[in-house]
Design a protein around this ligand. Structure first.
Ligand SMILES: [Zn+2]
Length: 312
């Protein structure tokens, strides 16, 4: 920890941050949300919708758009979390399922703080940490989640209670949500997001929206952006959110938050009490002057092949 603190305080790191902050200031602003638009936030876990998009959600709502949130998992795979919140050293399936149901409650509270009422939220409840397996080896045959022992959706108020943990069931649920919401804009994780659940959900979103001929309605965000991002950790409301190193070449657009929107975002982050005890400094680092959104899942033509060392 000390070494990390020393590294973060190095002048070179500060210079890196300043350069990055200049790049963010020069980004074009994302096109504003419009009245009557239907906006769907695709969130792998409870808390991602807030970290990536709390400012955008508020701006969409106040522009007269309707925001919907769908969570693919209940976030029930985080063992250390259960150890702290339920004071047991070796959490069993029951404790992990209790954690899952607790996080579902937190997610709905966070959405309400951001102006999204419960009827406009969908909890799918597939296994935290298991989406890649569902999409590959367990597309047809149910997967058993190691932490909860579950092989079917068990969380309260799920969209399809008892749905098997298969890729097909997950896609069917997402299709149901898309049919119901008919979104004009979908805020989805970018394929570069480091977390396996995140990039898997990104591929699923690309596949489902392409099948509808609507891939141009997708906008992309990153939460796990690599290299200690976002730096610095902790609450720094007066700093910009810089570009995630793993996806620095996406054609990013800037969403500027008002001080009030930042406060509301912090309030939503703080509803995740099971998470903030352990990940508070990471989560609060997303409460910044801006959020980032890319209209494309891949770097612009000509940028992808360029080696980092050859950049001007
Ligand atoms: Zn996540």
């Amino acid at each position: 920890m000390l070494a990390l603190a020393a590294w973060i305080n190095l002048p070179a790191v500060n210079r890196m941050f300043d350069r990055s902050a200049d790049r963010v200031a020069a980004l074009p602003p994302a096109s504003p949300f419009r009245s009557g638009q239907r906006v769907l936030v695709l969130s792998p876990h409870p808390d991602d919708e807030t970290l990536c998009c709390a400012g955008m959600i508020q701006q969409a709502e106040s522009a007269g758009a309707q925001v919907y949130v769908v969570w693919a998992t209940a976030g029930d795979g985080f063992e250390f979390d259960a150890v702290l919140t339920q004071r047991v050293l070796d959490p069993g399936p029951q404790q992990m399922r209790r954690l899952g149901n607790g996080r579902v409650q937190e997610a709905r509270r966070a959405a309400a703080v951001l102006g999204v009422p419960a009827p406009r939220t969908f909890m799918l409840g597939y296994p935290d940490g298991g989406l890649f397996r569902l999409f590959t080896t367990h597309y047809e045959e149910a997967y058993t989640a190691p932490h909860t022992g579950a092989s079917a959706v068990y969380v309260q108020d799920a969209l399809t209670p008892g749905a098997p943990y298969t890729g097909r069931a997950l896609e069917d649920d997402l299709r149901r949500v898309l049919d119901q919401v008919r979104p004009d804009v979908v805020l989805a994780p970018a394929p570069q997001d480091f977390h396996t659940d995140h990039h898997t959900l990104s591929f699923i979103a690309l596949r489902l929206m392409s099948a509808r001929g609507q891939e141009d309605r997708l906008r992309f965000w990153v939460v796990h952006g690599g290299l200690e991002w976002p730096i610095p950790k902790g609450l720094h409301e007066n700093l910009p959110l810089t570009l995630p190193p793993l996806a620095a070449r996406l054609p990013w657009e800037r969403v500027s938050l008002t001080a009030e929107q930042e406060q509301r975002k912090l309030e939503a982050v703080n509803t995740y009490q099971t998470q903030t005890r352990i990940l508070g400094r990471f989560m609060r680092a997303f409460v910044r002057q801006n959020e980032l959104l890319s209209p494309e899942p891949l770097p612009e033509q000509g940028q992808a092949a360029e080696a980092p060392g050859n950049a001007p």
